[in-house]
Write a protein that binds this ligand. Structure first.
Ligand code: BGC
Length: 717
């Protein structure tokens, strides 16, 4: 549709039709069964007319259903405006990829883009138009269950991966390419920093920190073209994001130049009342619309109150028109006026969804997200000749998809045991299923007996899917008690113990200190157990690097690598009492950001800068040499951090500024180069502007955020 026609359409709409464009209802409201509709209708106190005109629908699944709903909807709509169908396609649609925190551990933009492309293809052919992804909330507290939905603790890595995801979902021509879906970046803003890691809790941070660290991911997703932004449940400087005019209208729209649709989170408009910033639904509607929220997800404050608010001149019809206009533009950008069913195709759906090719890509992705945390005396990889007992709850578990795998089916997931059988017949495993929490005595005894007989034990431990994700904060981030006991007892009798982990957050792994090897597999998705076996038996050399620090114990959290310098740094005089430390715990993460081992051994040396002084407008060349001392080819993620030695305000002790992934053949060496320019040295000053300061910097290069080579340089301005 041309812009003029779209304008004419808006002019033709009645006030009620406009208001309903801003209402998002779930698929139940469009069920063929009347009894499934009546309950939700009563809950929201809305009329059939609202349903018939609601502009967008949440959670429709399957091409046939999508086509039916759209057909009936358009037939009822006076102006035949199509609905937009949206859903959470977070790490795959039916072919489930590893959870985003794992995806973050791949540090691989092309892989991430490919995952988004496949997710979009499967979603689009099943009739969806918009995905509520990526979630780019920066996360630093593993107690928060939603860390699994983020790509981690670093704003630079998050931003690069956010861009890749948006590009993968949307492609370059959303209007004509029906294998793509529009991307909604969330949750704006700073949802990842709830106090004490408790979901939906208050967020409290300075504007400088917000701008410097927390906004980067959203901004990059928007720059990459994301069509929608979702608000968050939390407050930003005392005002819930969904009613926060400064955040949405000023920062997002004016400063960042975002012209797309802003959607509330599920019920967050009405929650302005619970927050205590609106007295009732009507005030909530007024606050949210005035702040710049276009679509209200799953509550009906707009539907009930906007008309009255306009007649009382508390908001103007122009405000309403602006919001509706943005929704219509999105419909047009998706090509829905010409093609209301867009990519929905029942026959294609059967062929594409969970195709062999997609499963293969999910397997390759999982291989690159698994992180080898420990490998003492090269206990891994396993060999075909050894007798391996695979024990513990993760052995045959298909609960490996993670909590955001809406269409994923556990029964389609490959377990570790199935994966292992590809490599060896020399396996011992129990007859009795081992429960994650309350194993039977028989299962326990059997595990101990088998452990005694094996050359090596693979002990598959972890969390179940409901233990992380939304509303799944935990104050104790250790493995469940029965698993800790199992480890201790197996350790006593087994020759070698390799622990594998399925989980959605960094855990306190102190109980596993005596394990010979630890493999972090996250929730690895449909092909997860296969990918894990590929790593264990050495068909694939592990290359994942942590996207989030693992604390030594929960008392350290939030713990992250890019902390600000303190006046009493521990490193300078660890023996002193009056330095920043704990009496009863290390100050260091157990496994730091960026960390991960492989089956190779790679040495970093010869860090060189081509000059000592960087002038604005020039680049400084950084070179480092990597030697692969092993007999296995490997993939390294070479990380470059910078420390700004003196700033206008306190600066972090280091910040990731660049990384390269390189393959190094067995026994070979490789030179890796980076370029540093002035723009990489900018940060948010006290006046909230971003700029650099003349002075001394440290350039730090290495395999993770801890083990770094260092050289100094000077910025001249
Ligand atoms: C979550 C969002 C999600 C929405 C729709 C909310 O509860 O916070 O991340 O997109 O539901 O499913």
């Amino acid at each position: 549709m041309q812009k003029v026609q779209l304008k004419e359409l808006l002019e033709e709409m009645t006030i009620d039709e406009k208001i309903d464009q801003l209402l998002q209802l779930s698929a139940d409201f469009y069920s063929e069964k009347a009894e499934e509709r009546t309950g939700p209708m009563a809950d929201l106190a809305i009329e059939q007319a609202n349903i018939d005109q609601a502009g967008t629908i949440l959670g429709v699944s399957g091409a046939q259903e999508a086509i039916r709903i759209q057909k009936e909807y358009m037939a009822k709509h006076r102006l035949h405006i199509p609905a937009i169908l949206m859903a959470d396609i977070i790490h795959g649609f039916r072919t489930i990829f590893p959870i985003p925190l794992a995806i973050g551990s791949s540090w691989d933009e092309s892989l991430v883009k490919q995952m988004a492309e496949i997710s979009a293809q499967e979603a689009a052919v099943s009739g969806l138009h918009v995905t509520f992804s990526p979630m780019v909330d920066l996360v630093r507290d593993p107690r928060w269950g939603r860390v699994m939905e983020s790509t981690g603790e670093d704003s630079y890595l998050n931003a690069r991966l956010a861009r890749a995801m948006v590009k993968g979902y949307q492609g370059n021509d959303l209007k004509n390419d029906f294998t793509r879906v529009a991307s909604c970046v969330k949750h704006f803003a700073a949802y990842g920093a709830p106090i004490a890691g408790r979901d939906y809790n208050t967020v409290n941070m300075s504007e400088r920190q917000l701008r410097g660290k927390y906004l980067t991911g959203y901004q990059e997703a928007i720059n990459a073209g994301a069509k929608l932004v979702m608000t968050s449940f939390n407050t930003v400087d005392g005002m819930p994001a969904t009613g926060n005019k400064w955040l949405i209208n000023k920062l997002l729209r004016k400063e960042f130049g975002f012209s797309g649709v802003v959607i509330s989170d599920f019920g967050s408009v009405k929650e302005l009342v619970a927050h205590g910033v609106a007295e009732n639904e009507k005030e909530a509607a007024q606050l949210a619309l005035s702040a710049g929220v276009d679509i209200e997800m799953m509550t009906s404050c707009y539907a009930h109150a906007l008309k009255e608010l306009i007649s009382e001149e508390k908001i103007t019809e122009a405000n309403l028109n602006e919001a509706v206009w943005r929704v219509l533009v999105l419909k047009n950008d998706l090509g829905l006026f010409e093609h209301p069913y867009r990519g929905a195709d029942v026959a294609q759906e059967k062929m594409l969804v969970l195709s062999e090719e997609h499963r293969q890509k999910a397997r390759e992705t999982a291989q690159k997200t698994i992180v080898l945390l420990k490998n003492q005396e090269k206990v891994l990889p396993l060999s075909k000749e050894e007798t391996i007992a695979i024990l513990g709850p993760g052995t045959t578990s298909q609960d490996i998809l993670g909590s955001w795998s809406w269409q994923g089916q556990k029964k389609e997931a490959i377990s570790l045991h199935t994966g292992a059988k590809q490599y060896t017949n020399n396996l011992l495993y129990a007859n009795e299923i081992y429960d994650y929490f309350e194993p039977t005595q028989k299962a326990f005894d059997e595990a101990i007996e088998l452990a005694k007989k094996a050359d090596k034990v693979v002990l598959a431990l972890g969390e179940t899917d409901w233990m992380s994700g939304e509303a799944a904060s935990r104050s104790d981030i250790r493995l469940p008690q029965s698993q800790r006991i199992l480890f201790d007892e197996i350790r006593k009798v087994a020759n070698k113990v390799v622990v594998t982990l399925y989980n959605g957050r960094p855990l306190d792994l102190s109980v596993l200190d005596s394990a010979d090897a630890i493999v972090e597999a996250w929730f690895p998705g449909t092909e997860g157990g296969q990918a894990l076996a590929d790593i264990l038996w050495g068909a694939v050399n592990p290359s994942g690097r942590l996207s989030m620090s693992f604390p030594a114990s929960v008392g350290q959290v939030p713990i992250y690598y890019d902390v600000d310098s303190t006046g009493r740094p521990y490193e300078v005089s660890p023996q002193e009492k009056y330095v920043s430390k704990y009496l009863d715990e290390s100050v260091y993460a157990k496994y730091p950001f960026g960390f991960g081992l492989s089956y190779s051994s790679v040495e970093y040396n010869g860090l060189k800068l081509d000059k000592q002084t960087l002038e604005v407008g020039e680049v400084l060349q950084v070179t480092v040499t990597l030697n692969n001392l092993s007999e296995k080819a490997t993939r390294e993620t070479v990380q470059l951090y910078i420390r700004d030695v003196v700033g206008e305000v306190v600066r972090p002790i280091k910040e990731l500024k660049a990384f390269h992934q390189v393959e190094i053949a067995a026994g070979k060496s490789k030179e890796v180069q980076f370029e540093i320019d002035e723009s990489m040295l900018r940060y948010i000053h006290r006046d909230q502007t971003s700029r650099s300061d003349e002075g001394l910097f440290e350039c730090l290069v290495g395999p993770n955020s801890r083990d770094l080579l260092q050289k100094e340089f000077y910025l001249n301005k």
